[in-house]
Design a protein around this ligand. Structure first.
Ligand code: ADP
Ligand code: ZN
Length: 671
């Protein structure tokens, strides 16, 4: 399915065209063009498919011979400019790279179910909001210099790392480049890792540019979606802010992509088409010949290595804006300072919180674990509550007056029982370990007069609720905020001075390839929430591994020192970005069938220089949503084509249809 860039002349009625439909079809289909209709390559069209209708894109003229009684005609042409040759190439490239059907990538370009439908005439057409005066800060000399470099990059492909500590004004700086692109009549895409962040930045950017940006994320209503898609496709949205799926939108005149918090794991889509939005953004930039800005205070190792190799540019903002100083980071060694029974906030952290609240400042308690307790066990017989469909413990939840056990990997939930299902003993169940709700309970006991709020990714489903809590925190209507990783991201709370991390070691468990890198990024970002204005910030990390390189380098503000250690490690063990990885996971409801299929695949592993295949082995979660899982890990040299290897392999040994294959190129998560 090679695209043929020679077809730029209109294809007229009566001829045959090749159409890629927005489905998981193995190849494009041929359709007839009805008389009177004319299309260009890249034109979005509406076609019959089986007994249904489908959207599709015209790839060019078709030379297939199809019997007249089998030949179907295109229904209609979508009211949108045709996709450019570069955009079509991008779709096909992503499909090839991620080993996904091209039609599934096209579905993302189309923005979901019928986003491309022309909206019916709006009744008494709502007036567009009046343009506001532009509110633009005066940049510091450093910010100005950085902005100058970014502006100069407009007009052709390059990748630049905008590397600045939290609060240094990265947002203000890349806004200059967006403003310059706007002046040149080009569209910009600002990608954010989390939907909840779009709402906070929305008003800030609306004020900065004097006009509201267009939002794109999964929380839009169908009408909002249609309106946004139309504006983007017709080149009428100068600035689009979106989560990862926004990357595939059919911008008519895209001039700049900014990936904010580029290190963030949420850029990896783990379901459906499995892709990394940051990496795909770089490829889109390359194919469309436009610049890409990657912004972060804690860039990923991949990006740092690209920057050191000279493939990416580098602009830095080493200081916080204004008077704000970097926070002091203190380690609380939990082996020395013992916690009292059933308490999780150490005496030193309590003292620091008391003092901060006393001065009218705020505190943040961070624990990356939702619910009340991660494990429930029976004190009489030792029984532990496990999900019936997953290899994981059930998590106790108490919020909203409901006392339940919930699986965090599937939809399973049940009422919290009184008796142990195994030994039938009553009132013997015990909560083990803290979750965010249990921490909040302790904070309420310790600081009864303070105003508390919880911000967890549970709340995330409700954008308004997140916004309400974030606003209340920013307006000092909360004294102690208790949160999961959602609070680590990008928020600006001027009166927050004390951050307490309850379990700094949490992310280091499990032996994931990126455990140290991720833990550093997360703790650094959480720490960066404190002391962003006049008052100095203090961060307390409760840890049992104070000597760990992550903790040591955090206290010394020595990001680059840690990066050097991690880069050397990755190089030594031939791990990304110095090698390539892919995982192939087989899953199914029948355990024996999975084992057989995995063993059969193992007998057909192609022999190729430099390629190493580990497994099959049960995945770290051997049972997930009722499906048994066996995993292969493929490791290959940096320059190799891991996709071709996988294709060869899978054509030699085809597992039965009842078994699901899950291919993850450049895997980030190894559950
Ligand atoms: P980052 O994106 O690096 O975390 P921001 O751009 O959000 O930093 O800036 C942090 C805070 O400092 C924001 O409230 C921002 O408005 C303010 N700020 C940054 N640069 C300036 C400036 N030149 N003039 C005024 N305020 C600024
Ligand atoms: Zn489950």
């Amino acid at each position: 399915m090679k695209s043929d860039s020679s077809t730029y002349t209109p294809i007229k009625g009566g001829s045959l065209v090749e159409v890629l439909t927005a489905q998981a079809a193995p190849k494009p289909f041929t359709y007839a063009m009805p008389e009177g209709l004319e299309v260009l390559r890249g034109q979005l069209v509406n076609v019959p498919l089986g007994t249904k209708k489908s959207y599709g894109v015209v790839l060019g003229a078709s030379h297939e011979t199809i019997p007249a009684n089998k030949l179907k005609s295109i229904y209609s042409v979508v009211d949108a400019p045709p996709l450019s040759g570069a955009m079509l190439d991008f779709i096909l490239w992503v499909a090839d790279y991620c080993m996904a059907p091209a039609g599934n990538i096209l579905a993302m370009v189309l923005g979901g179910e019928s986003a491309q439908k022309t909206p019916k005439k709006e009744r008494a057409a709502k007036k567009e909001p009046e343009a506001q005066p532009v509110q633009k800060p005066t940049l510091s000399a450093e910010q100005n210099k950085a902005a100058g470099t970014l502006i100069k990059s407009l007009g052709s492909f390059s990748v630049t790392l905008l590397d600045g500590v939290t609060g240094s004004g990265k947002t203000e700086t890349f806004c200059e480049a967006i403003a310059a692109a706007m002046k040149q009549g080009q569209q910009s895409l600002l990608m954010l890792p989390e939907i909840s962040l779009t709402t906070q930045i929305f008003s800030r950017l609306a004020a900065r540019f004097g006009q509201a940006p267009v939002l794109w994320h999964s929380g839009l209503t169908p009408a909002q979606r249609r309106k946004a898609w139309q504006a983007i496709a017709h080149g009428k949205a100068p600035l689009v802010i979106g989560a990862r799926s926004a990357l595939f939108l059919p911008f008519q005149n895209l001039g700049l992509i900014v990936v904010d918090e580029e290190h963030d794991g949420s850029y990896k889509q783990e379901e459906g088409v499995i892709y990394h939005a940051r990496d795909m953004a770089v490829m889109r930039g390359k194919m469309q010949n436009i610049p890409v800005i990657l912004s972060s205070a804690t860039p990923s190792l991949e990006t740092i290595v690209n920057m050191k190799a000279g493939r990416y540019g580098h602009v830095t903002l080493p200081q916080r804006h204004g008077e704000a100083k970097p926070p002091s980071i203190h380690l609380i060694d939990l082996r020395e300072e013992k916690l009292t029974s059933k308490n999780f906030i150490s005496p030193s952290l309590q003292t620091a919180i008391h003092a901060a609240i006393g001065r009218g400042e705020q505190a943040l308690l961070f624990l990356n674990r939702r619910g009340y307790a991660p494990l429930t066990l029976c004190r009489a017989c030792g029984y532990r509550f496990q999900c019936p469909s997953c290899s994981s413990w059930l998590v106790e939840h108490r919020q909203d007056g409901k006392h339940r056990l919930i699986c965090h990997h599937c939809d399973y939930a049940c009422t919290y029982p009184r008796a142990c299902p195994s030994c039938k003993a009553e009132d013997k169940l015990a909560a083990c370990g803290p979750g965010i709700e249990r921490l909040a309970e302790e904070a309420k006991k310790l600081f009864p007069n303070a105003r508390h709020a919880i911000l967890a990714s549970d709340t995330q489903n409700n954008l308004n609720e997140v916004q309400r809590i974030v606003d209340a925190m920013a307006n000092s209507e909360i004294d102690i905020l208790i949160g999961t990783q959602i609070v680590a991201k990008g928020y600006h709370f001027p009166k927050l001075t004390v951050v307490g991390v309850i379990d700094a070691d949490l992310g280091l468990q499990g032996g994931d390839l990126r455990a140290a890198e991720r833990t550093f990024q997360l703790l650094y970002q959480v720490a960066g929430r404190s002391g962003r204005s006049d008052d100095k910030g203090h961060v307390y990390l409760q840890t049992t591994q104070p000597q760990h390189a992550v903790m040591q380098n955090l206290t010394k503000h020595n990001r680059d020192g840690l990066i050097d250690v991690l880069i050397k490690e990755r190089e030594k063990f031939h791990m990304p970005p110095f090698a390539r990885l892919a995982t192939l996971t087989l899953s199914g409801t029948n355990h024996a069938a999975i084992t057989n299929a995995a063993n059969d695949l193992a007998r057909h592993i192609p022999v190729q220089n430099g390629f190493k295949v580990l497994g099959p082995a049960p995945a770290p979660m051997p049972l997930l949503r009722g499906r048994h899982r066996q995993r292969f890990l493929i490791q290959s040299p940096k320059s190799s084509k891991i996709q071709a290897f996988l294709r060869d392999w899978l054509s030699a040994a085809k597992p039965p249809k009842s078994i699901r294959l899950h291919i993850d190129i450049d895997p980030q998560s190894f559950v």
